[in-house]
Design a protein around this ligand. Structure first.
Ligand SMILES: [Zn+2]
Length: 346
């Protein structure tokens, strides 16, 4: 496993709308093996192998992460924020954060108070970031309205093959799609394959719409994280029993053609990789929902890495799941052929 690339992705910050630091890491990394690398106007990077082949599979992992954005600076120097994506506001009080400003990172502490953290309905409007400024004017010298902020955390290796980090959702998806592309090329895939590090998934998946509209894939695969249900306060009956270390998770849902899933299952069988399953009742809340609506419609599925404590500053996953997902996708890309029939009948 190329941990150097993974660690670089995890160290970078990319709140939705401010993904450029993540995209630049991807752009630099894929030059070694991609036949073509594109950056679109929204900032998503798409790396392609065999670009001359019209039959393309598109893999998408989203580069953005949830976080905060500065809305107001009080005269006492405290910074007010709004949410970006599905944050838990209660996760922030008492935590260190970093605001990315035009002049570089500005560090802060989020105001905490016993009454505040016991308010289950607390929203981002209650958060105040203390950057050490004594007055509003001093704070305004450093921080501007619209600057993004996120938890000031680092990754850590845990016992066995487990790791904790902020924004595994979906930095790990970006890692998987780019590594699967590299491996598919090494293993001699003959179809066209594009891997995109998309922007804006957490706020409506618009980056994937731009990227897929340009790629025009025959099949789309969103690679994201999904809720592991092997810890307290989770329910395997809600959407499927998903355990850390249990392997890649394939999504079944009304918008996902069985034929695409059957191809993935055949490749998993051939590689002796065990799959887990999750069920989506409608939209998958991934880039797949956007990819499928591009051009004349794109059959898609979602392949996920099990994740504990999603959208917290300390998400946890198993690296064996990551390795198996890369291996499975590369195998699938090599098994694909331009004359695949994806119709259920007829
Ligand atoms: Zn995600």
């Amino acid at each position: 496993m190329n941990k150097n690339f993974l660690y670089k992705l995890l160290n970078a910050r990319g709140v939705s709308g401010s993904e450029t630091p993540v995209e630049k890491i991807v752009y630099e990394y894929v030059q070694q093996f991609a036949d073509k690398v594109d950056v679109d106007v929204m900032g998503s990077v798409t790396a392609t192998i065999n670009p001359e082949v019209p039959f393309k599979v598109m893999l998408a992992g989203h580069a953005d992460e949830i976080g905060l954005r500065v809305t107001h600076i009080e005269d006492n120097g405290l910074i007010r924020v709004s949410r970006v994506g599905g944050i838990y506001a209660t996760a922030f009080p008492g935590h260190k954060v970093v605001i990315d400003t035009a002049g570089g990172p500005v560090y802060g502490a989020v105001l905490t108070d016993r009454q505040l953290v016991t308010d289950g309905n607390m929203g981002a409007d209650k958060l105040r970031i203390d950057i050490g400024a004594k007055t509003g004017d001093e704070a305004r010298e450093y921080v501007s309205i619209g600057d993004p902020a996120t938890f000031d955390t680092n990754y850590r290796e845990l016992l066995g093959d487990r790791m904790t980090a902020r924004a595994f959702d979906d930095r790990i998806g970006v890692f998987v799609v780019m590594e699967a592309l590299r491996l598919a090329k090494e293993q001699g895939a003959v179809i066209g394959v594009s891997a995109s590090a998309t922007v804006g998934e957490e706020v409506g998946a618009f980056g994937a719409f731009f990227a897929a509209s340009a790629v025009k894939p025959a099949i789309g695969i969103a690679v994201d994280v999904t809720y592991a249900t092997d810890t307290p306060f989770t329910d395997p009956a809600a959407a499927g029993n998903v355990v850390l270390g249990g392997g890649p998770v394939l999504c079944k849902g009304p918008g996902i053609p069985n034929t695409v899933n059957e191809c993935i299952e055949a490749s998993a069988d051939a590689l002796d990789i065990k799959l887990q399953y999750e069920v989506s009742g409608g939209r998958t809340h991934t880039d797949g929902d956007s990819i499928t609506r591009t051009n004349s419609g794109v059959p898609f599925t979602v392949l996920s890495i099990p994740l504990r404590y999603m959208h917290s500053p300390a998400e946890v996953l198993s690296l064996s799941d990551v390795e198996k997902t890369v291996e499975l996708l590369a195998g699938f890309l090599c098994d694909c052929s331009a004359n695949m029939n994806l119709k259920p009948f007829g």
